[in-house]
Design a protein around this ligand. Structure first.
Ligand code: COA
Length: 327
C-alpha cells in the first residue's frame, strides 16, 4: 500500500507481568501433565496478572518502553491505539487510560478489538495515517489479560492463555532509503465465530448468574484454520510485494501454540532457525504476542535494523492478517 510518506517502526517495547503460572501448578487445577502440555503446545509457563493488575497497567508500561526506545516524549504522539479484547472496563477505552497516564496531549485515543489479530489490525491503521501524512507518530499497543477470561477448570484452554503487552511507535520517515512497513493485509470470516468465543458478558448475554464469561474453544478446528490462513497470508504478502521467501529475515507468527508455529514454517518450507518463538515462557497473550516477540528478538540481538520481518496473526472472529516490515 503506497502513500505519500514512509511509515517506519521507530520504537518497540513490551511488558510482562511478574507472576508465573507453571505447568506443574496447572497439574493441580485440572487433569493434565507437564509433559502433555509441553508436547502439545510448547508451553512451560505463562505470565499472568496479579489480582490488582489489569490491561491498562501492562499497556501503559509497554507504551512507556516503546516511547523510550523511540527517544520520543508522550507529547510527540499524535494518535494512540490500543488493541485489546480484555479492557479493564467495557467503558471507557483502555487507550484513554494510557493517554492520561502517559500525559499525552488530548490526542485521539481508541481501542481496537480484533482478538489475536488486533495488534496487526492497529498497526495497519497506524500505517495508513502515517503514509497519508495525517500523523507523524502513532503509538500502537497490544495488551491483553486473558487470565481473567480463562476457565481454570477447562484443561483444553487454561493451558494456553496468558497476559502482557507490547507496543510499537510508528513514525513518518523522510529517509529515502527507509522502507518501513512494506505491505499489510487483513481478513475475516465471521461464520466460524462459535469456534472461539466468550459466550457471556456482552450485550447478547449480559453478566448474571450462570453466565459464562470465559473462553470457549474448539481447539482442533482452530488449530487447522490457524495454520492454513497464516501460511496463506504470508504467501499473499509475498505476491503483493514481489518478494521471495528467501528475502525474509524473520518470520514472527502469533504465539498460540508451538505446533502451529512449526506447522506454518513447515508448510512454507521456511527455515526453523529464522522463526521467532517466545511461547515457551510467556503463553498466548493475544494482541501482545507479536510486539513482545519482536521486542524480545531485538533485545537479544537477533533482529537488527534493516532486517525484513514477516508478521502474521490469527484469532477468534475469525480474523487474520499480516505485515511485511523492514525494521
Ligand atoms: N491435558 C491432557 N489431555 C488433554 C488436555 C490437557 N490439557 N487437553 C485436551 N486433552 C485431551 C483431549 O480431551 C483429547 O482426549 P480424547 O482423545 O480422549 O478425546 C486429547 O487430549 C486430544 O485432544 P485434542 O484437542 O485433539 O488435542 P490437540 O493436540 O489438538 O491439542 C490444543 C489441544 C488446544 C492444545 C490444540 O488443539 C490447540 O492449540 N489448538 C489451537 C488453539 C488456539 O490457538 N487458540 C487460540 C487462537 S488465537
Amino acid at each position: 500500500m503506497n502513500g505519500l510518506y514512509k511509515a517506519v517502526i521507530r520504537g518497540v517495547g513490551s511488558y510482562l507481568p511478574e507472576t508465573r503460572l507453571t505447568n506443574v501448578e496447572i497439574e493441580q487445577m485440572v487433569e493434565t501433565s507437564d509433559d502433555w502440555i509441553q508436547t502439545r503446545t510448547g508451553i512451560v509457563e505463562r505470565r499472568i496478572a496479579r489480582p490488582e493488575e489489569a490491561t491498562s497497567d501492562f499497556a501503559y508500561l509497554a507504551a512507556r518502553a516503546a516511547l523510550d526506545d523511540a527517544q520520543l516524549e508522550p507529547a510527540d504522539i499524535d494518535l494512540l491505539i490500543v488493541a485489546t479484547e480484555t479492557p479493564d472496563y467495557i467503558l471507557p477505552p483502555v487507550a484513554c487510560q494510557v493517554q492520561a497516564r502517559l500525559g499525552c496531549r488530548n490526542i485521539g485515543a481508541f481501542d481496537l478489538h480484533a482478538t489475536c489479530a488486533g495488534f496487526l489490525s492497529a498497526l495497519q491503521v497506524a500505517e495508513q495515517y502515517v503514509k497519508a501524512g495525517v500523523h507523524r507518530h502513532v503509538l500502537v499497543v497490544g495488551a491483553d489479560t486473558l487470565s481473567r477470561f480463562t476457565d481454570y477448570t477447562d484443561r483444553a484452554t487454561c493451558i494456553l492463555f496468558a497476559d502482557g503487552a507490547g507496543a510499537f511507535v510508528v513514525s513518518r520517515s523522510d529517509d529515502p532509503a527507509a522502507r518501513g512497513i512494506v505491505a499489510s493485509a487483513l481478513h475475516s470470516d465471521g461464520t466460524y465465530f462459535h469456534n472461539l468465543y466468550i459466550p457471556g458478558g456482552g450485550s447478547r448475554t449480559p453478566y448474571g448468574e450462570g453466565v459464562k464469561a470465559k473462553i470457549v474453544m474448539d481447539g482442533r478446528k482452530i488449530f487447522k484454520l490457524a495454520v492454513n490462513v497464516m501460511a496463506t497470508t504470508v504467501q499473499e504478502l509475498l505476491n503483493q510485494t514481489g518478494c521471495h521467501l528467501d528475502e525474509i529475515d524473520w518470520l514472527i507468527p502469533h504465539q498460540a501454540n508451538q505446533r502451529i508455529i512449526d506447522a506454518i514454517a513447515e508448510s512454507l518450507n521456511f527455515p526453523a532457525e529464522k522463526v521467532i518463538s517466545t511461547i515457551q515462557n510467556i503463553g498466548n497473550n493475544s494482541s501482545a504476542t507479536i510486539p513482545i516477540a519482536v521486542d524480545t528478538a531485538i533485545r537479544d540481538g537477533r533482529i537488527q535494523r534493516g532486517d525484513l520481518l514477516m508478521l502474521v496473526a490469527f484469532g477468534g472472529g475469525l480474523v487474520w492478517g499480516g505485515a511485511m516490515v523492514e525494521y
